[in-house]
Design a protein around this ligand. Structure first.
Ligand code: AMP
Length: 219
């Protein structure tokens, strides 16, 4: 199973990518998590990416394409993968397609998480993120078991700098101009599957189990 998950910020891509990866026992690669790891470790990429991410803009295609190609070249990705937040531009989608062609592989589907603005704003304003393992929580909807601590690794949860209201609005605008064209791109290739990002996690998981059933049977 080779899947791309795309949609506006706050659509729930990260949460569902993680659950699907565990269920299908295939790796999920979250572009934003990888970039935040670079920032934490103060690598050259991290130093350049920090200001860009905090402004709510996209890091250059060349940088992210190289990072993601490295991830996909790992042996664990041979049996399948879930990409969360990559590709995010047409240039990235083309680079991914070329990369997979080189591996004699193709995507099975690009899942578009269609999500309404009030849901996005509510999710992002209450979102808490584990800076260590990347898991997302929500103050009200998905609270951690112990307040302020990650259920998985115990690290202190934080509000992401780019989840501040002004930056969120900019990220949504960037999504509309840079990422929304992927709808047409994947539709033309017969790969597009639309699901509702407005659904709560269990309901959308049920929906995903239905739409992805044909792949589980064939692989
Ligand atoms: P995310 O965790 O997916 O919300 O990503 C957080 C931020 O990381 C984005 O707002 C961008 O600044 C950067 N980023 C993540 N994925 C990409 C990508 N595919 N291309 C460029 N920038 C990205």
């Amino acid at each position: 199973m080779r899947l791309v998950l795309f949609g506006p910020p706050g659509a729930g891509k990260g949460t569902h990518a993680r659950i699907l990866g565990e269920k299908w026992k295939i790796p999920h690669f979250a572009a934003g998590d990888i970039l935040r790891r670079h920032i934490r470790e103060a690598t050259e990429i991290g130093k350049k990416a920090r200001a860009i991410i905090e402004r709510g803009e996209l890091v250059p295609d060349t940088v992210i394409n190289e990072i993601m190609a490295d991830q996909l070249a790992q042996t664990e990705a041979r049996k399948g993968f879930i990409l969360d937040g990559y590709p995010r531009t047409l240039g990235q989608a083309e680079a991914l397609e070329k990369f997979l062609e080189g591996q004699r592989e193709t995507l099975d589907s690009a899942l578009y998480f269609k999500t309404s603005s009030p849901v996005i704003l509510n999710r992002l304003s209450g979102r808490l993120n584990c800076p260590k393992c990347g898991v997302n929580y929500h103050r009200k909807n998905i609270p951690p078991k112990v307040e302020g601590k990650c259920d998985r690794c115990g690290a202190e949860l934080v509000q992401r700098a780019d989840d501040q209201p002004e930056t969120v609005l900019h990220r949504i605008a960037v999504y509309e101009t840079e990422t929304a064209p992927l709808l047409n791109y994947y539709n033309k290739r017969g790969l597009l599957t639309e699901v509702s990002g407005d659904l709560e996690v269990p309901e959308l998981q049920q929906e995903l189990a239905k739409v992805l059933a044909r792949y589980s049977k064939s692989r």
